[in-house]
Design a binder for this molecule. Structure first.
Ligand code: MN
Length: 417
């Protein structure tokens, strides 16, 4: 038996997701199990966003990645699956999803957390009442802010604040950001979709993390707050707590059993360098995609099996507060008409008003082959001024006109991050 002190790494987590008050469906997906935590925020009209998010999460989690390499492979596979499905099925054309992952991976030097991100969902790190956003937002306004060309205040109301510059499934290949972190006792991670961060600022997230140490409570409260502020988008929050205990070797057999909290996952760390996972469970199958006629509020991405076998995951579906006829009317008005915009660096035709009216975001109607980098400055300005167009034909004519003036993309790229 090894005499070195053993350490036990324990993760506990809780998540919440909600459709919000405005969106017709919840196109966010999340997954939590076994040191693998995922949030995905789908985009694309009709059922596209929902399909993309669930396909990506399912592809990733089925792979059960254990190393950083396997994790990367799984993310690229997810991109491929979503992209090929989008290309093959006309009604899913143009769909895509964000994908943000926190995973406990096995590295040469021991177990480390890997954070992987594509899109504008986020992973935050919380320690000593300090909240740090680990991920970069791959959004149009995110790029402008990183280049110092847009303030946070201006970004919050920018007509293209929801436009992604990178997403899973949009192109055949995708560039993926990654970070590696050592497990540190007391650390907390928060994964979320932009439905949270568009309503709630970092100070409030920090406050909620400081109020309760319980991951489920924090997740539920943040989603509730996002809805209270308008609930203009689906919001999803997943909180993960890291705990490390020194243990005696004779305690080993206890490792397989949940301890004081039943919402915990126990992983042993022997001598810090060569920990083994003691507990074990089957990979989680996501429920297959449900039909659009399904009533609201009944989707749960984490099935009962996990809830029972681990008692590990709390999903709270905050009840929808009445979205009455007035909202429906505004929704119709907001989605009326077309404009030409940008998604993931690609010029697209969108149905709906620029930036959405009130809180209605436009939905993607058609991709074009034109990349933002191919536009000259004047056309880019025309695009960002968000001219409202009466119908699809007019939008297509607008695009055809753009096509006559394309420039060499290498000279005016939007940014390579
Ligand atoms: Mn969203």
């Amino acid at each position: 038996m090894n005499d070195a002190p053993k350490r036990r790494l324990r993760l506990s987590w809780g998540g919440a997701t909600d459709q919000g008050h405005v969106r017709a469906s919840n196109q966010d997906a999340m997954y939590a199990d076994w040191g693998l935590f995922v949030v995905a925020d789908g985009m694309g009209g009709h059922q596209g966003g929902e399909v993309a998010a669930n396909l990506a999460v399912r592809t990733l989690t089925k792979a059960k990645p254990e190393t950083l390499n396997e994790l990367h492979e799984a993310v690229h596979d997810a991109n491929k699956v979503v992209h090929e499905t989008a290309v093959a099925e006309p009604e899913l054309h143009g769909m895509g999803t964000t994908l943000t992952v926190l995973a406990l991976t096995q590295q040469d030097e021991g177990r480390r957390f890997a954070v992987i991100n594509v899109g504008d969902s986020r992973v935050y790190h919380y320690r000593d009442n300090q909240l740090i956003q680990l991920t970069d937002d791959h959004s149009y306004v995110g790029e402008l802010m990183r280049r110092g060309e847009l303030t946070q205040e201006a970004a919050a109301v920018h007509p293209y604040r929801n436009m992604l510059t990178r997403a899973i499934g949009v192109h055949a290949e995708v560039e993926v950001d990654e970070w590696l972190l050592d497990p540190v006792a007391g650390d907390r991670f928060l994964l979320c979709s932009d439905g949270l961060t568009n309503e709630i600022d970092d100070d409030e997230i920090t406050e909620q993390l400081s109020i309760s140490h319980d991951p489920s409570t924090t997740a539920r409260e943040l989603v509730r707050l996002a809805n209270e502020r308008g609930g203009r988008d689906n919001s999803t929050v997943l909180v993960v707590n890291v705990q490390i205990d020194d243990i005696d070797s004779e305690d080993d057999e206890d490792l397989t059993e949940p301890q004081d909290s039943d919402k915990s996952q126990v992983v042993s760390m022997e001598d810090e360098s060569n920990p083994e996972i003691i507990d074990s469970t089957d990979a989680l199958e996501l429920p297959s995609k449900r039909s659009s006629s399904h009533p609201k509020k009944q989707r749960s991405w984490l099935n009962d099996r996990v809830g029972i076998s681990l008692g590990a995951v709390i999903i709270s579906l905050v009840l929808l507060i009445a979205a009455g006829a007035m909202v429906a009317t505004i929704g119709w008005y907001a989605r009326d008409g077309y404009h030409v915009g940008v998604v993931a660096d690609q010029v697209v035709i969108q149905k709906g008003r620029v930036g959405g009216l009130l809180w209605f975001d436009p939905t993607l109607e058609q991709w074009t082959e034109i990349q933002v980098a191919q536009l000259n400055n004047q056309d880019l300005r025309r695009l960002t001024s968000g001219k409202q167009l009466a119908d699809l034909a007019e939008a297509q004519a607008f695009v055809a006109d753009l096509r006559t003036r394309l420039v060499d993309p290498t000279s005016e790229a939007l940014g390579d991050n």
